[in-house]
Design a protein around this ligand. Structure first.
Ligand SMILES: Nc1ncnc2c1ncn2[C@@H]1O[C@H](COP(=O)(O)OP(=O)(O)OP(=O)(O)O)[C@@H](O)[C@H]1O
Ligand SMILES: [Mg+2]
Length: 287
């Protein structure tokens, strides 16, 4: 699926601030510490926006606010034109259906005592599917979509490999045909070859369904492979946002440059070019 610049954004994040309650010292009660501030970006239909940055830079916090797991302190998040703050503390089932998540550790999100079919069926039941035959057919279709078979449906999580468990998590996220999936370090726990299988799977499923991804990862090489555009976070701010190839070839922000330089796998050739360019501009006479 091609992403058009003219498409109306599916998700619009404007000047977002999100934080956590911190215990103050007596006599002060709790106070809120902002972990993310002034963050703005869009995600278009069928687009993958990568979000990178060092540990603690606020990537997951941003994702959690979009998933409504954390309240918005300032700014706004609009999904399909709707401001999420209009709902107060409630989250309509239709939003839960349209915006799904895949996290790092699939085994933590699967109940070890239940067959994996149960995880998919529970998701369908929560959204009003009750007929046994439909539950089975849709679970099987979701499993086949992620490269698993009916045989895998009847297994317990510990009878699957890590990669297969992550496929179950992706099947569960996609079974309701969402429009946006927040993938927070979704391949980080997998070995390299499984990582690339899952990345290719996510790309194929995007082509097939037109789903958008917010793809959060610390691994720049992985993000470069999957994202159409990339945002770089540093200390709770979005310091740069650009088309993927442009960002890796000629990062504008000094922090992005340092981040790329510290990651040889991200783009060794570009790194050498940038270093040469910086040296040249340092030694060149002022114009
Ligand atoms: N539950 C929490 N309570 C208090 N502070 C938190 C909580 N979760 C995260 N933080 C703080 O918020 C900031 C941003 O954390 P966040 O988890 O968003 O980072 P991240 O970019 O996802 O990092 P990583 O790459 O390690 O996953 C950090 O300073 C972190 O310590
Ligand atoms: Mg994180």
């Amino acid at each position: 699926m091609t992403v058009s610049m003219n498409d109306r954004p599916l998700l619009e994040v404007r000047n977002l601030a999100v934080g956590y309650e911190a215990r103050g010292t007596w006599p002060f009660g709790t106070r809120t510490v902002k972990a993310v501030e002034g963050v703005s970006f869009d995600i278009r239909p069928g687009e993958t926006l990568g979000l990178v940055g060092e540990s603690g830079s606020g990537k997951s916090t941003t994702g959690r606010a979009i998933l409504r797991l954390l309240p918005v302190l300032e700014g706004s998040i609009r999904f399909d034109g709707q401001d999420l703050s209009d709902w107060g503390k409630q989250t309509p089932l239709s939003y839960r259906k349209q915006v799904q998540a895949v996290f790092q550790d699939p085994s933590a999100s699967l109940n070890p005592r239940q067959l994996v079919s149960h995880a998919i069926e529970m998701t369908l039941r929560r959204h009003g599917v009750t007929k046994r035959s439909e539950l089975h057919e849709r679970s099987l279709a979701a499993f086949e979509m992620v490269g698993l078979s009916g045989d895998h449906l009847g297994r317990f999580p510990n009878e699957l490999s890590g990669g297969q468990q992550q496929r179950v998590a992706i099947a569960r996220a996609l079974v309701l045909e969402p429009r946006l999936v927040v993938c927070d370090e979704a391949v980080s726990a997998l070995d390299l070859s499984t990582q690339s299988q899952i990345i290719n799977l996510l790309s194929d499923l995007q082509q097939l369904t037109g789903v958008s991804y917010l793809f959060i990862a610390h691994d720049l090489g992985v993000v470069r492979h999957i994202a159409h555009r990339v945002g770089v976070m540093n200390h709770g701010s979005l310091v740069e946002l650009a088309e993927t190839e442009e960002l890796f070839a000629s990062p504008k922000n000094a922090y992005t440059q340092r981040l790329l330089d510290a990651t040889p796998a991200a783009h060794p050739a570009g790194r050498e070019e940038r270093r040469a360019h910086r040296l040249a501009s340092r030694t060149a006479p002022a114009a």
